[in-house]
Ligand binder design. Structure first.
Ligand code: NAD
Length: 306
Protein backbone atom coordinates (compact mmCIF):
# COMPACT_ATOMS: atom_id res chain seq x y z
CA UNK A 1 0.00 0.00 0.00
CA UNK A 2 1.10 3.53 -0.73
CA UNK A 3 0.32 6.43 1.61
CA UNK A 4 0.85 10.17 1.57
CA UNK A 5 1.16 11.84 4.96
CA UNK A 6 0.86 15.63 4.87
CA UNK A 7 2.56 17.11 7.92
CA UNK A 8 4.69 13.96 8.17
CA UNK A 9 7.70 15.94 9.47
CA UNK A 10 5.66 17.22 12.42
CA UNK A 11 5.02 15.84 15.86
CA UNK A 12 2.05 13.50 15.25
CA UNK A 13 2.63 12.97 11.53
CA UNK A 14 6.17 11.66 12.04
CA UNK A 15 4.97 9.01 14.52
CA UNK A 16 2.31 7.97 12.02
CA UNK A 17 4.94 7.69 9.27
CA UNK A 18 7.06 5.42 11.51
CA UNK A 19 4.10 3.12 12.10
CA UNK A 20 3.13 3.00 8.40
CA UNK A 21 6.70 2.08 7.44
CA UNK A 22 6.73 -0.60 10.14
CA UNK A 23 3.62 -1.97 8.41
CA UNK A 24 5.36 -2.04 4.99
CA UNK A 25 3.64 1.00 3.48
CA UNK A 26 5.48 3.06 0.90
CA UNK A 27 5.23 6.51 2.47
CA UNK A 28 5.48 9.94 0.85
CA UNK A 29 5.59 12.99 3.09
CA UNK A 30 4.40 16.43 2.01
CA UNK A 31 5.59 19.04 4.50
CA UNK A 32 6.96 22.58 4.11
CA UNK A 33 8.92 22.33 7.40
CA UNK A 34 7.25 25.49 8.73
CA UNK A 35 6.88 23.69 12.08
CA UNK A 36 8.20 20.17 11.51
CA UNK A 37 11.83 19.09 11.28
CA UNK A 38 14.01 16.95 9.04
CA UNK A 39 15.25 15.09 12.14
CA UNK A 40 11.72 13.69 12.65
CA UNK A 41 11.60 12.07 9.22
CA UNK A 42 11.99 8.30 8.93
CA UNK A 43 14.91 7.50 6.59
CA UNK A 44 12.72 5.19 4.50
CA UNK A 45 10.06 7.82 3.85
CA UNK A 46 10.15 9.79 0.61
CA UNK A 47 10.16 13.44 1.56
CA UNK A 48 8.77 16.29 -0.54
CA UNK A 49 9.45 19.71 0.92
CA UNK A 50 6.33 21.29 -0.46
CA UNK A 51 3.48 23.50 0.71
CA UNK A 52 0.03 21.88 0.78
CA UNK A 53 -1.39 25.00 -0.91
CA UNK A 54 0.86 24.59 -3.96
CA UNK A 55 0.41 23.11 -7.41
CA UNK A 56 3.41 20.89 -6.64
CA UNK A 57 1.54 19.23 -3.76
CA UNK A 58 -1.27 18.35 -6.14
CA UNK A 59 1.22 17.07 -8.69
CA UNK A 60 2.88 14.74 -6.18
CA UNK A 61 -0.47 13.14 -5.33
CA UNK A 62 -1.48 12.97 -9.01
CA UNK A 63 1.84 11.31 -9.88
CA UNK A 64 2.08 8.91 -6.94
CA UNK A 65 -1.63 7.95 -6.86
CA UNK A 66 -1.51 6.76 -3.21
CA UNK A 67 -4.13 4.39 -1.85
CA UNK A 68 -4.59 6.54 1.21
CA UNK A 69 -3.84 10.10 2.31
CA UNK A 70 -3.47 11.15 5.94
CA UNK A 71 -3.98 14.90 6.04
CA UNK A 72 -2.23 16.31 9.11
CA UNK A 73 -0.41 19.37 7.77
CA UNK A 74 -1.93 22.43 9.34
CA UNK A 75 -1.41 25.77 10.96
CA UNK A 76 -1.98 24.23 14.40
CA UNK A 77 -1.32 27.18 16.73
CA UNK A 78 -4.44 28.79 18.25
CA UNK A 79 -2.60 32.05 19.08
CA UNK A 80 -1.32 32.43 15.51
CA UNK A 81 -4.84 31.80 14.23
CA UNK A 82 -6.12 34.70 16.35
CA UNK A 83 -3.35 37.03 15.15
CA UNK A 84 -3.36 35.92 11.52
CA UNK A 85 -6.78 34.48 10.61
CA UNK A 86 -6.01 34.82 6.91
CA UNK A 87 -2.86 32.73 7.16
CA UNK A 88 -4.69 30.15 9.26
CA UNK A 89 -7.57 29.86 6.79
CA UNK A 90 -5.15 29.76 3.86
CA UNK A 91 -3.37 26.69 5.20
CA UNK A 92 -6.22 24.92 6.97
CA UNK A 93 -9.05 25.58 4.49
CA UNK A 94 -7.44 26.33 1.11
CA UNK A 95 -4.62 23.87 1.71
CA UNK A 96 -7.15 21.17 2.59
CA UNK A 97 -9.18 21.91 -0.55
CA UNK A 98 -6.02 21.60 -2.64
CA UNK A 99 -5.27 18.18 -1.11
CA UNK A 100 -8.89 17.03 -1.52
CA UNK A 101 -8.92 18.06 -5.20
CA UNK A 102 -5.74 16.10 -5.81
CA UNK A 103 -7.21 13.07 -4.01
CA UNK A 104 -10.36 13.21 -6.11
CA UNK A 105 -8.39 13.50 -9.35
CA UNK A 106 -6.14 10.60 -8.35
CA UNK A 107 -8.88 8.20 -7.19
CA UNK A 108 -7.44 8.02 -3.67
CA UNK A 109 -9.42 5.38 -1.76
CA UNK A 110 -9.62 7.34 1.45
CA UNK A 111 -8.49 10.55 3.18
CA UNK A 112 -8.09 10.61 6.97
CA UNK A 113 -8.22 14.06 8.51
CA UNK A 114 -6.64 15.35 11.74
CA UNK A 115 -9.30 17.54 13.32
CA UNK A 116 -9.54 18.83 16.85
CA UNK A 117 -11.65 19.24 19.97
CA UNK A 118 -11.31 23.01 19.29
CA UNK A 119 -14.28 22.66 16.90
CA UNK A 120 -16.56 22.37 19.97
CA UNK A 121 -15.42 25.72 21.36
CA UNK A 122 -16.57 26.35 24.90
CA UNK A 123 -19.64 24.09 24.77
CA UNK A 124 -19.98 22.84 28.34
CA UNK A 125 -20.78 19.27 29.17
CA UNK A 126 -19.01 16.56 31.15
CA UNK A 127 -18.01 14.64 28.02
CA UNK A 128 -18.31 16.04 24.53
CA UNK A 129 -20.07 13.87 21.96
CA UNK A 130 -19.50 14.06 18.22
CA UNK A 131 -23.12 15.19 17.87
CA UNK A 132 -22.70 18.16 20.24
CA UNK A 133 -22.86 21.71 18.86
CA UNK A 134 -19.72 23.03 17.21
CA UNK A 135 -19.18 26.68 18.07
CA UNK A 136 -15.44 27.37 17.82
CA UNK A 137 -13.99 30.23 19.84
CA UNK A 138 -10.75 30.50 17.82
CA UNK A 139 -10.07 30.87 14.10
CA UNK A 140 -8.13 27.60 14.34
CA UNK A 141 -11.25 25.76 15.54
CA UNK A 142 -13.25 27.47 12.82
CA UNK A 143 -10.82 26.67 10.01
CA UNK A 144 -10.69 23.00 11.09
CA UNK A 145 -14.50 22.86 11.25
CA UNK A 146 -14.74 24.42 7.79
CA UNK A 147 -12.23 21.90 6.48
CA UNK A 148 -14.40 19.11 7.93
CA UNK A 149 -17.34 20.44 5.88
CA UNK A 150 -15.27 20.18 2.69
CA UNK A 151 -14.69 16.48 3.40
CA UNK A 152 -18.46 15.94 3.62
CA UNK A 153 -19.07 17.82 0.40
CA UNK A 154 -16.26 16.16 -1.55
CA UNK A 155 -17.84 12.85 -0.58
CA UNK A 156 -21.32 14.03 -1.49
CA UNK A 157 -20.27 15.44 -4.87
CA UNK A 158 -17.51 13.04 -5.90
CA UNK A 159 -17.75 9.98 -3.64
CA UNK A 160 -14.34 10.66 -2.02
CA UNK A 161 -14.19 8.52 1.13
CA UNK A 162 -13.00 10.03 4.41
CA UNK A 163 -12.75 9.71 8.19
CA UNK A 164 -12.48 12.72 10.47
CA UNK A 165 -10.64 12.23 13.77
CA UNK A 166 -11.07 14.94 16.42
CA UNK A 167 -8.08 14.63 18.72
CA UNK A 168 -7.97 15.63 22.40
CA UNK A 169 -4.77 17.19 23.81
CA UNK A 170 -1.99 15.13 22.27
CA UNK A 171 1.41 14.80 23.96
CA UNK A 172 4.51 12.69 23.50
CA UNK A 173 8.07 12.64 22.13
CA UNK A 174 8.91 15.18 19.37
CA UNK A 175 6.22 17.65 20.42
CA UNK A 176 7.56 21.17 20.17
CA UNK A 177 7.78 23.31 23.30
CA UNK A 178 8.08 26.40 21.09
CA UNK A 179 5.30 28.92 20.52
CA UNK A 180 2.14 27.68 22.17
CA UNK A 181 3.42 24.10 22.43
CA UNK A 182 1.49 21.51 24.38
CA UNK A 183 1.63 21.97 28.15
CA UNK A 184 3.43 18.63 28.61
CA UNK A 185 6.18 19.61 26.15
CA UNK A 186 6.49 23.07 27.70
CA UNK A 187 6.69 21.68 31.26
CA UNK A 188 9.26 19.02 30.34
CA UNK A 189 11.37 21.58 28.54
CA UNK A 190 11.36 23.78 31.65
CA UNK A 191 12.24 20.81 33.89
CA UNK A 192 15.15 20.00 31.60
CA UNK A 193 16.37 23.60 31.81
CA UNK A 194 15.85 23.79 35.59
CA UNK A 195 13.17 26.46 35.23
CA UNK A 196 9.96 26.70 37.30
CA UNK A 197 6.69 25.50 35.78
CA UNK A 198 4.25 28.33 35.10
CA UNK A 199 0.69 27.32 35.95
CA UNK A 200 -2.08 29.52 34.57
CA UNK A 201 -4.75 30.34 37.16
CA UNK A 202 -5.38 27.86 39.98
CA UNK A 203 -4.22 24.83 37.95
CA UNK A 204 -7.56 23.11 38.45
CA UNK A 205 -8.43 23.37 34.74
CA UNK A 206 -8.59 19.90 33.18
CA UNK A 207 -7.72 18.45 29.80
CA UNK A 208 -8.19 15.11 28.07
CA UNK A 209 -4.53 14.24 27.42
CA UNK A 210 -3.88 11.48 24.92
CA UNK A 211 -0.55 9.86 24.11
CA UNK A 212 0.67 10.22 20.53
CA UNK A 213 0.98 6.43 20.03
CA UNK A 214 -2.75 6.07 20.70
CA UNK A 215 -3.44 8.75 18.08
CA UNK A 216 -1.32 6.81 15.58
CA UNK A 217 -3.34 3.63 16.21
CA UNK A 218 -6.61 5.53 15.71
CA UNK A 219 -5.32 6.64 12.30
CA UNK A 220 -4.36 3.05 11.46
CA UNK A 221 -7.83 1.82 12.53
CA UNK A 222 -9.46 4.43 10.28
CA UNK A 223 -7.86 2.92 7.17
CA UNK A 224 -10.52 0.19 7.06
CA UNK A 225 -13.19 1.50 9.45
CA UNK A 226 -15.35 4.52 10.15
CA UNK A 227 -15.96 5.62 6.58
CA UNK A 228 -17.73 8.98 6.17
CA UNK A 229 -17.84 9.48 9.91
CA UNK A 230 -16.42 11.68 12.68
CA UNK A 231 -14.75 10.34 15.85
CA UNK A 232 -13.44 11.86 19.04
CA UNK A 233 -10.01 10.38 19.69
CA UNK A 234 -9.41 10.73 23.38
CA UNK A 235 -8.98 8.90 26.65
CA UNK A 236 -12.31 10.25 28.01
CA UNK A 237 -10.42 10.92 31.25
CA UNK A 238 -9.52 14.29 32.63
CA UNK A 239 -6.29 15.37 34.24
CA UNK A 240 -5.90 18.76 35.91
CA UNK A 241 -2.75 20.79 35.44
CA UNK A 242 -2.07 20.36 39.18
CA UNK A 243 -2.33 16.55 38.78
CA UNK A 244 -0.01 16.74 35.80
CA UNK A 245 2.55 18.61 37.91
CA UNK A 246 2.28 16.03 40.69
CA UNK A 247 2.86 13.14 38.21
CA UNK A 248 5.89 14.98 36.81
CA UNK A 249 7.25 15.49 40.33
CA UNK A 250 7.00 11.75 40.93
CA UNK A 251 8.64 10.85 37.63
CA UNK A 252 11.40 13.44 38.11
CA UNK A 253 12.08 12.05 41.57
CA UNK A 254 12.50 15.39 43.29
CA UNK A 255 10.33 18.47 43.84
CA UNK A 256 9.93 20.72 40.80
CA UNK A 257 9.48 24.42 41.38
CA UNK A 258 6.20 25.85 40.08
CA UNK A 259 4.48 29.25 40.05
CA UNK A 260 0.86 30.24 39.55
CA UNK A 261 0.28 33.11 37.14
CA UNK A 262 -2.95 34.80 36.02
CA UNK A 263 -5.35 32.66 33.98
CA UNK A 264 -5.39 33.07 30.20
CA UNK A 265 -8.34 34.81 28.55
CA UNK A 266 -10.28 32.38 26.38
CA UNK A 267 -8.92 29.29 28.13
CA UNK A 268 -11.51 26.54 28.44
CA UNK A 269 -11.88 25.35 32.05
CA UNK A 270 -12.66 21.69 31.38
CA UNK A 271 -12.34 19.63 28.26
CA UNK A 272 -13.14 15.93 27.96
CA UNK A 273 -14.18 13.98 24.88
CA UNK A 274 -16.40 10.92 24.96
CA UNK A 275 -14.66 8.14 22.99
CA UNK A 276 -17.37 5.45 22.92
CA UNK A 277 -18.14 5.93 19.22
CA UNK A 278 -14.49 5.33 18.28
CA UNK A 279 -14.37 2.26 20.53
CA UNK A 280 -17.49 0.81 18.94
CA UNK A 281 -17.12 1.77 15.29
CA UNK A 282 -13.39 2.23 14.72
CA UNK A 283 -12.42 -0.82 16.74
CA UNK A 284 -9.85 1.31 18.54
CA UNK A 285 -9.26 2.19 22.18
CA UNK A 286 -6.50 4.11 23.96
CA UNK A 287 -4.01 1.83 25.70
CA UNK A 288 -1.62 4.29 27.41
CA UNK A 289 -2.50 5.83 30.74
CA UNK A 290 -1.25 9.33 31.44
CA UNK A 291 1.48 8.17 33.79
CA UNK A 292 3.00 5.74 31.26
CA UNK A 293 2.82 8.34 28.51
CA UNK A 294 4.44 10.99 30.68
CA UNK A 295 7.21 8.62 31.75
CA UNK A 296 8.03 7.78 28.11
CA UNK A 297 8.01 11.44 27.14
CA UNK A 298 10.14 12.43 30.15
CA UNK A 299 12.75 9.80 29.22
CA UNK A 300 12.78 11.04 25.62
CA UNK A 301 13.21 14.70 26.60
CA UNK A 302 15.89 14.03 29.20
CA UNK A 303 17.79 11.73 26.86
CA UNK A 304 17.68 13.94 23.79
CA UNK A 305 19.14 17.30 22.88
CA UNK A 306 15.67 18.76 22.30
P1 NAD B 1 2.95 20.04 14.05
O1 NAD B 1 2.99 21.54 13.90
O2 NAD B 1 4.06 19.36 14.74
O3 NAD B 1 2.73 19.36 12.63
C1 NAD B 1 2.14 20.01 11.54
C2 NAD B 1 3.05 19.80 10.35
O4 NAD B 1 2.45 20.45 9.21
C3 NAD B 1 4.43 20.42 10.54
O5 NAD B 1 5.44 19.49 10.22
C4 NAD B 1 4.45 21.61 9.56
O6 NAD B 1 5.76 21.86 9.06
C5 NAD B 1 3.47 21.13 8.51
N1 NAD B 1 2.85 22.24 7.79
C6 NAD B 1 2.28 23.36 8.32
N2 NAD B 1 1.82 24.15 7.33
C7 NAD B 1 2.10 23.51 6.15
C8 NAD B 1 1.88 23.84 4.79
N3 NAD B 1 1.29 24.99 4.42
N4 NAD B 1 2.29 22.96 3.85
C9 NAD B 1 2.92 21.78 4.22
N5 NAD B 1 3.16 21.45 5.48
C10 NAD B 1 2.76 22.31 6.44
O7 NAD B 1 1.56 19.75 14.78
P2 NAD B 1 0.95 18.38 15.35
O8 NAD B 1 0.69 18.62 16.78
O9 NAD B 1 1.76 17.22 14.91
O10 NAD B 1 -0.44 18.38 14.60
C11 NAD B 1 -0.74 17.52 13.50
C12 NAD B 1 -2.22 17.67 13.18
O11 NAD B 1 -3.00 17.28 14.30
C13 NAD B 1 -2.63 19.11 12.85
O12 NAD B 1 -3.57 19.05 11.80
C14 NAD B 1 -3.29 19.59 14.12
O13 NAD B 1 -4.24 20.58 13.86
C15 NAD B 1 -3.92 18.30 14.63
N6 NAD B 1 -4.15 18.28 16.08
C16 NAD B 1 -3.12 18.32 16.96
C17 NAD B 1 -3.39 18.29 18.33
C18 NAD B 1 -2.28 18.32 19.35
O14 NAD B 1 -2.60 18.31 20.56
N7 NAD B 1 -1.02 18.34 18.98
C19 NAD B 1 -4.71 18.24 18.80
C20 NAD B 1 -5.73 18.22 17.85
C21 NAD B 1 -5.44 18.21 16.49
Amino acid sequence: MKAVVTGGAGFIGSHLVDELIKNYFEVHIIDNLSAGGIKNIHPMAIFHEIDIRSKDAKEIINRERPDIVFHLAAQADVGISIRYPNLDAGVNINGTINILEACRESDVKKVIFASTSAVYGDFRTDQLLESDPTVPISFYGLSKLSAESYFHLFHHLYGLSFTILRYGNVYGPRQSAKGEGGVVAVFLDRIKNGEPLMIYGDGEQTRDFIYVKDIVQANMAAIDNGHQDIFNISTAKTTSINQLVSYLNKIHGSAIDSKNTSGRIGDIKHSCLNNQKAIQKLGWRPVFNIYQGLEDTYKYIMGSGS
